[in-house]
Write a protein that binds this ligand. Sequence first.
Ligand code: S3P
Length: 442
Amino acid sequence: MKNIKYIVSPGKSISGKFRVPGDKSISHRSIMLGALADGTTNVTGFLSGEDSLSTLKAFQAMGVDIEGPVDGNVTIKGVGIDGLKAPSMPLDLGNSGTSMRLMSGLLAGQKFDVTLIGDESLSSRPMKRVTNPLALMGAKIDTTEKGTAPLKVNGGAGLKGITYDMPMASAQVKSCLLLAGLYADGKTVVTEPAPTRDHTERMLTGFGYKVGVNGATITVEGGGRLTATDIDIPTDISSAAFFMVAAAIADDSEVVIQHVGINPTRTGIIDILKLMNANISIEKEKVVGGEPIADIRVKSSGLKGINIPEELVPLAIDEFPVLFIAAACAEGKTVLSGAEELRVKESDRIQVMADGLVELGVDAQPTEDGMIINGVGKGGRPFAGGTVHSHHDHRIAMSFAVASLKATADIEINDCVHVNTSFPGFAHLAQQVGIQLQEVEV
Ligand code: S3P
């Protein structure tokens, strides 16, 4: 595969009113539930990124007729809850942890065997967090000795509902078990240690499936059916985050990011940036298809270092790479703790970000479960030039592109091809708003 590197040069201000691509989490779920529903589901705003396309192709390989995406439109002819067919080959889920973890639950309930594979990054990520509770439900899934993919999901297991206290705050684990629960005898009851994104619960409800939510405990009962419905996917707050931080740290800047999903289980980035003194306003709020959306306006401001409240960590879990860039620009110390989950994302986001930040001259110290960063404050430029590595991780690459707005020399960012997993068109949009970014094929 051809790779791409970014060369970003010191920038000044950014501005613009624009949309970012569709929400990745909701895009995955729209394919999964649309495929299992009775009837045809029309999706708009679908993310044409490699991760959500991996899910789309996997369901096509299991006999589901799916058209698109064309301009974000996807049509899924649902096959019904028991209508999937055995694929003729292993399902390659690329870089996508969400596809693998959610699908392992859904596929554990099928009558056929299926093998799930992924790229180098996905093949090193922990899967026991889903295969252990699934085994309690009666699923038969083989992993490598290390508990990683390939996953061989053996069909015909006959699942039974369980009551499960999740050891970590993970929407992927929760969703995996709820999807397995659709096929289980009796009730599947999952309790999470802290709130995580609830798109699965909302979308199941949208498809007419009964989901019980009582505080931190979510219940589904097997044996029901899903009814097709149309889905309008908001744009992804995790992609908007790069431009939110960009406008906050750059001088004389203002952006409006339109039609962004602001589900309260995803808005930790807004809360954390506001605590850091960012100038953010939420405009034109409305609810579309069960998900709240709004335009987000961000203006330059003098950011301040903070102790990030631990309860906000799961609500901003994908945004820490770019929040570390914000912290380097903020006045004083920012401390993140309680975020050990960052070590098992597409890369070890604590180590990889710390390495890159230190390479660029930032005072950053990684800890077991977070990071301590001493920022320079408004007027300073904390990033010297240098070369950083994204380690197959889209969000690392985009975060260092944002850092260029406060750099003193060029930054070379290696291994940026994975930006396409979540944010096709990032380089072009970044250039349009005023980030000095050059894309080079290598
Ligand atoms: C996701 C959940 C989160 C997040 C990932 C998408 C989802 O992962 O990091 O990008 O769509 O459910 P965890 O559940 O592992 O925290």
